[in-house]
Design a protein around this ligand. Structure first.
Ligand code: 5AD
Ligand code: SF4
Length: 489
């Protein structure tokens, strides 16, 4: 008896040793190994359940997160999960979280409570949490204490390890938590499942080194690191072979692309290389930091046939005093001069922005400076945010936090100004004919298709689904504030 026990133990150790030898140490091969392993485990579970098991990935926050979610979906599908659009019905629910503003965190906790109740009714259900919110230690502590039913928690730096973490969870039944503080690792060539067949986001860099004083991103996404230009070009070439005509180059601050590479290169040069790819029709990018937007980039944009006539250029505030406290490293005047330069080089460009209201110490005078910038630049649209205190950032401990009623009043005044101006700006294209990339059927009227113009505005026009993914010429007959009604010509 005793002997058998020892032999079993030896067998187990040997088996583990053999497994250990077989597990590749190099990426991405290691993840492909775990995809296979998870696939086998999931097949067993599905057989037990007597049906395919399903997943639903819900994305909060920015385009970076949206792209990360496509990577998660790519792996889930390879493992054998089937997509279920309704969260309540899915066997594996994943929240890819955002923590830029506090209300996003509150929403996640609220929805988690509901998921916990659904899990009690479904023995196959798993819950995964990832994204920026998980990079905050107090969040993980709270989850460990009050949300024990969560199965898998990982952060932004090790998302490439998703297959490995999933395989571990499928094997162990225990809560799996893996959060890294930072990394300089970039893993290429993992499976990705695109949401759209004809357009795709492409990460060109990760992280941020700017440390704007209100912003948590540098703490949760880590230091800035750029992808190798050859890997970016190769990815886009493959996407184009696969039917993609439009790419959105993604980074927290694309204008500083390439600075950390062994052979440094500029964003403008990267764009020139991407422009050469045959079959690629449109190039977009975000986000641009005004302080790093070079003359070289403006020149490339002016001469390009493929770069879309749209620039998202977050101003954050119009007051030079507040901009300094925000650590933005430009003044109101420098921003306005930059806008002039861009408009001269690319006359029909559409400009959009982000604005924060109620940063600590913001006075009515400072706020008037913001309104002044809005009136001078005349943005096509602007995302307006109420300042949200993020613990750990320098602004969180600044004095003179602005009272809530004052901030709300300013926010409403700003919103009205932004909306009035953008309705006027949008209307200037009425009566012109422009190229639209057809994206989908219209939600409200199934006789209509929806296309996106180079300047990022939408146009709805009669058509059918065979047009999806095609570039068509559309006359913009009527402007309805933020979109057009038109027809194909
Ligand atoms: N409070 C409010 N808005 C914020 N943003 C970033 N951090 C905060 C914060 N603490 C906004 C900025 C940024 C956008 C993505 O989110 O305007 O450009
Ligand atoms: Fe945050 Fe500033 Fe970096 Fe943008 S540039 S992610 S606002 S720190």
């Amino acid at each position: 008896m005793e002997e058998k026990k020892i032999k079993d133990q030896i067998d187990q150790t040997e088996k583990a040793a053999i497994d250990e030898v077989l597990i590749p140490t190099e990426e991405p091969q290691r993840q492909y190994y775990f995809i296979e392993k998870a696939r086998r485990d999931l097949a067993e579970l599905s057989a037990k359940a007597g049906r395919p098991l399903t997943f639903c990935v819900t994305t909060f926050g920015c385009q970076m997160n949206a792209r990360d979610s496509e990577k998660l979906v790519g792996i889930l599908e390879q493992v054998g999960y089937v997509e279920e659009p309704e969260e309540e019905k899915a066997d594996f629910v994943i929240y890819n979280t955002c923590t830029v503003r506090e209300n996003a965190n509150q929403r996640v906790y609220g929805r988690l409570g509901q998921l916990g109740r659904a899990k009690k009714k479904n023995p196959y259900m798993m819950i995964g949490l990832c994204g920026c919110m998980m990079q905050e230690p107090h969040v993980v502590e709270k989850l460990k204490k009050s949300y024990r039913f969560v199965d898998l928690i990982f952060g932004t730096h090790n998302i490439y390890k998703f297959a490995e973490l999933l395989a571990t969870r499928l094997e162990s039944e225990r809560m799996v938590i893996d959060i890294w503080k930072d990394t300089d690792k970039i893993v290429e060539d993992l499976p990705v499942e695109r949401k759209y067949s004809f357009k795709s986001g492409v990460n060109i860099m990760f992280g941020c080194n700017n440390f704007c004083s209100y912003c948590i991103v540098p703490y949760v996404r880590g230091r800035e690191r750029s992808r190798d230009p050859k890997a970016i070009i190769r990815e886009i070439e493959r996407l184009v072979e696969d039917g993609v005509v439009e790419v959105m180059l993604l980074g927290q601050n694309v204008n500083s692309y390439g600075k950390t590479l062994e052979e440094p290169m500029t964003f403008a040069r990267l764009l020139k290389e991407i422009e050469k790819i045959d079959g690629l029709e449109r190039i977009r990018f975000m986000t641009s930091h005004p302080k790093d937007l070079s003359d070289e980039l403006i020149e490339v944009m002016g001469n390009s046939k493929k770069i879309c006539k749209h620039l998202h250029l977050p101003v954050q505030s119009g007051s030079s005093r507040i901009l300094q406290k925000m650590n933005r490293r430009y003044t109101k005047e420098q921003y306005l001069t930059l806008v002039d330069k861009i408009r001269t080089a690319v006359p029909d460009i559409s400009l959009t922005t982000d604005i924060i209201v109620g940063f600590p110490g913001e006075t009515e005078e400072d706020f008037q400076e913001t309104l002044d910038v809005v009136r001078k630049v005349r943005y096509d649209s602007a995302f307006t945010f109420i300042y949200s205190k993020r613990s750990g950032t320098p602004a969180a401990v600044m004095e003179d936090q602005v009272p809530e009623e004052v901030v709300k009043d300013r926010f409403n005044r700003l919103l009205k100004e932004v909306q009035d101006i953008s309705a006027e700006v949008c209307a200037v294209h009425e009566g012109t004919v422009q190229t639209a990339l057809v994206e989908c059927r219209n939600d409200h009227d199934e006789r209509l298709m929806t296309g996106r113009l180079s300047n990022n505005l939408l146009v709805h026009f009669p058509g059918d689904e065979s047009l999806i993914g095609k570039l068509v010429e559309v006359s913009l007959d009527e402007c309805h504030g933020f979109y057009y009604m038109g027809k194909m010509v």
